[in-house]
Design a protein around this ligand. Sequence first.
Ligand SMILES: [Zn+2]
Length: 363
Amino acid sequence: MNATRATKDEEGATSNAPQFLPWQEETARNWLGNRDRFAHAWLIHGLAGIGKLDFAVAAAASLLCESPVNGLACGHCAACAWFASGNHPDLRRIRPEAVAVEEGADAAEPSEDAEPATGAAKRAPSKEIRIDQIRSLESWFNTATHRGGWRVALLYPAHALNVVSSNALLKVLEEPPPHTVFLLVADAPDRLLPTLVSRCRRLPLPAPDPDTALQWLREQNVEPAREWLAAAGGAPLAALRLAQSGEAACPPWLTQLVGPLSKGQSPDVGTLAEALEKVAASEWIDALQRLYTDLMLASAGAPARYFPALASGVAQVAARMNTAKVAEAARWLTRQRALATHPLNAKLFAHSTLQRVVLSCLA
Ligand SMILES: [Zn+2]
């Protein structure tokens, strides 16, 4: 997420500042435009996949900019140039190693974050934010900031803080270092330590309306945008990731499941189970849960939410199905979701789950 999208401003000069997404601009201007009593810790939260990290990165650039325009980064000053090169000394990213690796941790990463090369056997990168990552901030706080400006600690995802590191951070926030702003990014604040949440000002980020999201997706060359957005439950950045994953917005196995069901016939569960064996169980159960949502919507005469491509088949299944039976199977599937991370036998698990789904749809 270090990459900044270079844009041309009104004078035609190239700006290096990371941009706010179109549906974030108003929130950003209102929030960053008034810094008189700016809180020292913010919890930026909202639905997964709506661009919270993009927002936090653009906010960090704006806070560090030396000549912000209406509160937002100018893209031309020395601080903006440093930010763009990933070397701003007054910015720290606090994230799990696994996330840093995914982001291709580069020069943006101050050395404190890196593991010392001990020559020991390589272990899997941590998925948690460790206490030493919080402790290592101490020396940074004790260093004067560049030209007396802000210092920004960008911490994401906040739920990666374990109990120990949460408490260490809590201590820091109880006696906040001067000129320092913490930006914590989280999908769901209720998954965080309540005492930590209470030390932060909340900044809820809105999800975009469908038209704005679709327009943005089309600008990213995602087609058919409507199907991808639906498959991602309306979250545009999640839709972009899905589209880039090379999978189909509507998985082929789901089409093969709904096709026969729409004619009142039983699909070939054995073949479908073989296809699902290669897919993460959580992923295909999610898809089945979404199918159930679309079925219930169709039975109420509402349009499909997740799989518009299957709408006519789903409507035919819905016209025939016993709604109470399907609702019960949907609840059962939610319980199966808890087992999905550790199925003893992936194919058998897929087979028995599919069988139950098929039975529920054939009244
Ligand atoms: Zn600037």
